[in-house]
Design a protein around this ligand. Structure first.
Ligand code: NM2
Length: 526
């Protein structure tokens, strides 16, 4: 089993932390739900601003880095070409960082905003419509992608410029923490990262599974019970476990390709057979709405709600704070992944690429899927809101698809797409989790270790699905994200520190591509 390769301290501590959360929830589900909701309230009302600040600061920081001298640094030596063409690079990035949730929220997020709009607007009023169709784009837009990109900076930098392979988050903060990384503090950082990712995965799987179960119910008539959901979750887990087991080249790459083409097909189909003009115009207008209100949305916490003459809505806590938390818990993992695929790009290309292509992808999903549902609602063709309040959001998503031509085939494809989207996020997650708990890696983490984390990933979501509602699922990400916020700050700082040192000791200046890898520097000296 080659167990000497495992870093048992990190492995066991993460597992214990996970069990400490899951076991009490299984034994006392009701008290558990109350405690979770209290934790949600406590975190979002006291620390909400911290999450929002992290979002906007990451965004500004990355724009600064992209256009500063740091942006000119090339990830790799002078002769290194881009390892992946821009299209596959963007596709892989999207497949890894985005799971089935984009199908879930892309289809239905507008309905929640329409019913509970921001800024004191009357629910379900005309004034709520532009916000309903645009807030989703904001929550999956440039700030969100900036959160994803931040950890990639130091990791990619170490990997391609300093040529030290970073498999652990604790290693990526070494320029700031120095020797402290070798103390238990290093272990704590890795455990918190693992716990964060498990929390985020909890939210994702516990949301995605009921939607997939509804799809299956629609096609086969099997009633949606907790049993069906558990089976669906296990089948999904098996798929991504097999993919993680087969490794990067085979499993993960093949699934990403299928994922991409199937997603493109479903989007084009809905675009053409749905209300094409409405989708185009509403998406276009929503982009303007977000651009116009960008900073307002990014900083809105409604402290003065009552003074401004409207009741507190809790919109920022329920949505923006939750979303930033959810992106944060995935960010170090996505950073490790983005770093791996970015050889040959400059820092600027990596930053702008993730933010622009990522946002563009999100706009496609929200624009097409969301505005299709909104159109049905506004024209009275199908009462999405009424259906949702009787049957819940997952069933409403499938019911919206039922309004398409060839509905059965489309529901089938949509359900398969959701499963693959989950798999492409979680095969790489299992892979990275396994890597973090190993001391050494011989090309890939050990197979049993990858399998172990694939199955461990579904433990928390199973428990969550059993215990609670949407708020409970959101809490998993919100609580797990809190410590990761500080790790994010360390990651940004580490990058600046390391790059500054290297630039100072090399002879290169602004304005040109900066080559800092060791081989390049020895070339310079020759
Ligand atoms: N994010 C992108 O569930 C998923 O799709 C994975 C979710 C953070 C909102 C990531």
């Amino acid at each position: 089993m080659k167990s000497h390769l495992i870093d048992w301290r990190t492995f066991v501590s993460s597992l214990i932390l996970l069990l400490l959360v899951c076991i009490p929830l299984i034994i006392y589900p009701e008290t558990g739900a109350t405690v979770i909701n209290a934790a949600n309230d406590f975190m979002t009302s006291n620390f909400g601003f911290l999450y929002l600040a992290l979002g906007i600061i990451s965004f500004i920081f990355l724009i600064f880095v992209a256009f500063s001298k740091f942006g000119n640094i090339k990830l790799g030596s002078k002769t290194d070409d881009k390892e992946f063409g821009t299209f596959s690079w963007a596709a892989m990035l999207f497949a890894a960082g985005i799971g089935s949730s984009i199908l879930y929220w892309g289809m239905i997020e507008w309905a929640f905003y329409y019913q509970g709009p921001p800024f004191g607007i009357t629910p379900e009023s005309d004034a709520a419509i532009p916000w309903a169709s645009s807030y989703g784009i904001f929550h999956w837009g440039p700030i969100a992608w900036a959160i994803y990109t931040l950890p990639a900076l130091p990791i990619a930098y170490f990997y391609y410029v300093r040529r030290t392979s970073v498999l652990k988050i604790s290693e990526a903060v070494r320029p700031v923490l120095g020797r402290w990384v070798d103390t238990p503090l290093g272990v704590i950082i890795d455990v918190l990262f693992i716990f964060g990712l498990l929390g985020g995965a909890g939210t994702t799987l516990a949301l995605g599974t009921p939607m997939i179960a509804e799809g299956i119910n629609n096609l086969t008539g099997i009633p949606v019970t907790l049993g069906l959901k558990a089976v669906v979750m296990l089948i999904c887990t098996l798929i991504f476990a097999i993919s993680a087991y087969s490794g990067l080249a085979k499993g993960i790459k093949v699934l990403s390709d299928v994922n991409l083409w199937l997603a493109i097909f479903v989007l084009i189909f809905i675009f053409i057979f749905g209300p094409t003009l409405f989708i185009m115009e509403t998406t276009f207008t929503s982009i303007g709405q977000v651009a116009d209100n960008f900073f307002r949305m990014a900083t809105w916490l409604e402290p003065l709600a009552n003074l401004s003459g409207f009741e507190e809505t809790k919109f920022p806590e329920t949505w923006t704070v939750f979303y930033w938390a959810w992106w944060v818990v995935y960010a170090p993992f996505v950073g490790l992944f983005v770093a791996r695929i970015s050889r040959g790009r400059t820092i600027r290309e990596m930053i702008l690429g993730t933010m622009i292509y990522g946002t563009f992808g999100s706009i496609l999903f929200f624009g097409i899927l969301g505005n299709f549902g909104l159109y049905l609602q506004l024209t009275g063709q199908f009462d999405v809101l009424g259906f949702m309040s009787d049957n819940g959001a997952p069933a409403a998503i499938i019911a919206i698809l039922e309004q398409l031509p060839m509905a059965n085939i489309m529901i089938g494809l949509f359900t398969i797409l959701a499963i693959i989207f989950l798999a492409t996020t979680f095969d790489s997650s299992s892979f990275i989790l396994a890597a973090v708990v190993q001391k050494k890696i011989q090309s890939e983490p050990l197979r049993w270790n990858r399998l172990f984390w694939a199955f461990t990933l579904c433990l928390l979501p199973l428990v969550l699905m059993f215990v609670g509602d949407l708020q409970t699922l959101q809490t998993a990400s919100i609580v797990a994200a809190f410590p990761v916020i500080f790790i994010m700050a360390l990651l940004g700082w580490s990058f600046i520190r390391a790059a500054n040192q290297d630039i100072r000791s090399s002879k290169q200046y602004r304005g040109e591509t900066i080559h800092l890898t060791k081989t390049d520097r020895s070339d310079d000296n020759e």
